[in-house]
Design a protein around this ligand. Structure first.
Ligand SMILES: *Cc1c(COP(=O)(O)O)cnc(C)c1O
Length: 372
């Protein structure tokens, strides 16, 4: 018999205050440890139905096609784009960070002719720049990131339905970091397709990507000329498993779905408005504490994304060394910058269960001790 030299895993307990995964909800981890059921067990089918009902409430939508995809947030992005876009479609993508870039890349791999509207990193996109880039032409979709986690910017969405209408386009929104952390209103904002991820403001381990499609988006899907290029992410197939037919497509990640069920219960028990207010209050506390330490924020007040704060690394301070010391001496994780913000920005997450003044304080005192 082979003797395995590795003991079973005992990861250190960290306080996750980076761009995700976030501080986990203990009851979510408990739920994930419960007995695995078969993916067609009537008891599991009931849990799936409850997840769909709760997801609709959290997305603020009546969309029938609302469910979690197997995979992380990027699988949600890919699902929405690969199902709605056909080769040759023109797609307008707003970019002012990594996740806008990723949408453009995925749309282009789905065969779209992508028109990019690039804005400054650390700022929201100007709606007029989108109109102008559209140039009066017609587009299949307008793709926007609601909470740009790479820069800590919240993109206002209220005007976007009107712009999408001018373009004749579906409105597609990335709400991976915004869902359950700041106001997201799928129906009243007229969003046609949106996706999220479990490990940001839902405080659930990574592994599922909640999505929702309006009836208009479902019509586009049903009128496709060609089959969806991805078999695994094909909503016409997976929809039959999550819908009435219960047709086997792929084995659902059963225990991950228990976790999402619990996370959604926790969100709705707290109340969405209360949860958004808690995120806002904890980030306000963080902004003030950072200011008191003489640290500057990258994003103007009115464009900040409460769950993710981008901080300028002071001149002469070694970004990676500070983050390593926080992890080693304080068991606290914050993120570094990406793209033009690499090496000069810290990204501090106050997401889900971690969006508290206590967590903001933990990070502030960790930074004070490492920098001082
Ligand atoms: C994290 C994130 C993603 C990607 O999600 P993964 O779970 O890493 O695949 C996409 N968009 C935004 C805005 C994100 O914050």
């Amino acid at each position: 018999m082979l003797s395995i030299p590795y003991p079973t895993v005992h990861p250190p307990t960290r306080v996750l205050m980076g761009p995700g995964p976030s501080v986990m909800e203990p009851s979510v981890l408990d739920a994930m440890g419960r007995p695995t059921l078969g993916h067609l067990d009537p008891a599991f089918l009931e849990i799936m139905d409850e997840v769909r009902v709760m997801l609709r409430a959290v997305f603020r939508t009546d969309n029938d096609l609302t469910m979690p995809m197997s995979g992380t947030g990027s699988a949600g992005m890919e699902t929405v784009l690969v199902n709605l876009i056909e080769p040759g479609d023109r797609v307008l993508v707003g970019i002012c960070g990594v996740f806008g870039q990723r949408m453009a890349e995925v749309a282009s791999r789905a065969g779209a002719e992508v028109v990019k509207v690039e804005g400054e990193w650390g700022r929201a996109l100007d709606p007029d720049a989108l109109r102008k880039a559209g140039g009066g032409g017609l587009f299949k979709a307008l793709c926007l990131v609601h909470g740009e986690t790479s820069t800590g910017v919240l993109q206002p969405m209220e005007e976007m339905r009107g712009i999408a209408d001018e373009l004749g386009a579906l409105l597609i929104m990335d709400c991976v970091t915004s869902l359950a952390g700041v106001r997201v209103e799928i129906d009243s904002w007229g969003v046609d397709a949106a996706y999220s991820g479990t490990q940001k403001c839902l405080s659930c381990p990574p592994g599922l990507a909640p999505i929702t499609l309006s009836s208009r988006a479902q019509d586009v899907l049903s009128r496709r000329k060609a089959k969806v290029a991805s078999w695994y992410l094909d909503l016409t197939l997976i929809g039959s498993y999550w819908g009435e037919e219960r047709a086997y497509h792929h084995t659902a990640p059963i225990n991950a779905i228990y976790g999402l069920h619990e996370a959604l219960r926790v969100v709705l028990e707290e109340g969405l408005e209360q949860r958004w207010a808690r995120h806002a209050a904890s980030s306000q506390h963080l902004y003030e504490g950072l200011g008191a330490q003489g640290l500057a924020l990258r994003v103007p007040t009115e464009e900040r994304l409460a769950p993710l704060t981008a901080v300028a690394v002071p001149d002469g301070v070694a970004d990676a060394r500070v983050r390593a010391a926080l992890l080693k001496d304080h068991d606290l994780e914050i993120g570094g910058g990406l793209g033009p913000m690499k090496d000069n920005t810290w990204r501090i997450g106050l997401m889900g269960a971690g969006a508290t003044k206590t967590h903001a304080e933990l990070c502030l005192s960790g930074l004070r001790s490492v920098l001082g």
